[in-house]
Design a protein around this ligand. Structure first.
Ligand SMILES: NC(=O)c1ccc[n+]([C@@H]2O[C@H](COP(=O)([O-])OP(=O)(O)OC[C@H]3O[C@@H](n4cnc5c(N)ncnc54)[C@H](OP(=O)(O)O)[C@@H]3O)[C@@H](O)[C@H]2O)c1
Length: 244
């Protein structure tokens, strides 16, 4: 039975991939503050806040994902909320983009999400409940020069969420995409100042967002209050991608 409106069920087993920094860490903290049992995956040794379980996993490697899930399941029980957040960019214009630039970004951002969702789905089907949240980008549907690889990988997440909704929607499982715009993290700090200025001038909100503003939406779409939302693409972009 679901919790009464306005009240969130707590103590769920939550796993966030790439949760050691940036948006992923903000998402992990939001679930922790909600009273959930939170685990994050990381590749390089990282300091995590008290209360967050860190497990090593590379989303390009199915065996490491399996080992990470086994560790999380032993500590927190089957994963009920999965946030597929790990992602990379390798920006360059089409004519300079190598096939490896393309496939490595797709392997992390898109196939990586497929791998973790596949592993998580077994437990969710058994539980007859689950929340999958895929962290895409405004770029996935809006497009961006120099990001053909990244945009393709992020657009693909929409197809995953919608197909998953059609496959597993009747089992109490929802799958949604959250599409951030420009968020201040290590990933965006790498962009040239000129590019950052151009972005700013096209954002109706006239500012960049904090990682916490994305995290709050992710926490909500994974809550009981959002039980009837599935296959949706939820922008958190200050209006940048309106209509896309
Ligand atoms: N920042 C933005 O403006 C923005 C906008 C739209 C969408 N997004 C999306 O939001 C997500 C988080 O972005 P961010 O800005 O927080 O990025 P970030 O600060 O660069 O962090 C990326 C995270 O992904 C992890 N990761 C990368 N490759 C991985 C792999 N092969 N296996 C496991 N983990 C891996 C990293 O782990 P390590 O520390 O081990 O490298 C790190 O935790 C990404 O999917 C990104 O595309 C970001």
């Amino acid at each position: 039975m679901s919790a009464p409106a306005g009240e969130e069920r707590q103590g769920r087993s939550v796993l966030v991939t790439g949760g050691n920094r940036g948006i992923g860490l903000a998402i992990a903290k939001a679930f922790l503050a909600n009273g959930d049992k939170v685990a994050v995956t990381y590749r390089s040794p990282s300091e995590l806040p008290d209360g967050i379980l860190g497990v090593v996993a590379d989303v390009t490697d199915a065996a490491s994902i399996d080992a990470a899930f086994t560790e999380v399941e032993a500590a927190h029980g089957p994963v009920e909320v999965l946030v597929a957040n790990a992602g990379i960019t390798k920006d360059t214009l089409l004519l300079r983009m190598s096939e490896d630039d393309f496939t490595s970004v797709v392997d992390t951002n898109l196939t990586g999400a497929f791998r973790v969702i596949k592993r998580a789905s077994k437990g969710m089907i058994r539980l007859r409940k689950g929340r999958v949240v895929l962290i895409s980008s405004v770029v996935g549907l809006y497009g961006s020069p120099g990001q053909i690889n990244y945009a393709a990988s992020k657009a693909g997440l929409v197809g995953i969420a919608r197909s998953l909704t059609r496959e597993l929607g009747s089992r109490g499982i929802t799958a949604n995409v959250v599409a951030p715009g420009f968020i201040s993290t290590d990933m965006t700090a790498e962009l040239p100042e000129e590019t950052q200025k151009q972005y700013l001038s096209s954002i109706p909100a006239n500012r960049f967002a904090s990682a916490e503003e994305v995290a709050n939406v992710v926490r909500w779409v994974a809550s009981d209050e959002a039980a009837y939302i599935s296959g949706a693409v939820i922008p958190v972009d200050g209006g940048l991608g309106m209509g896309h």
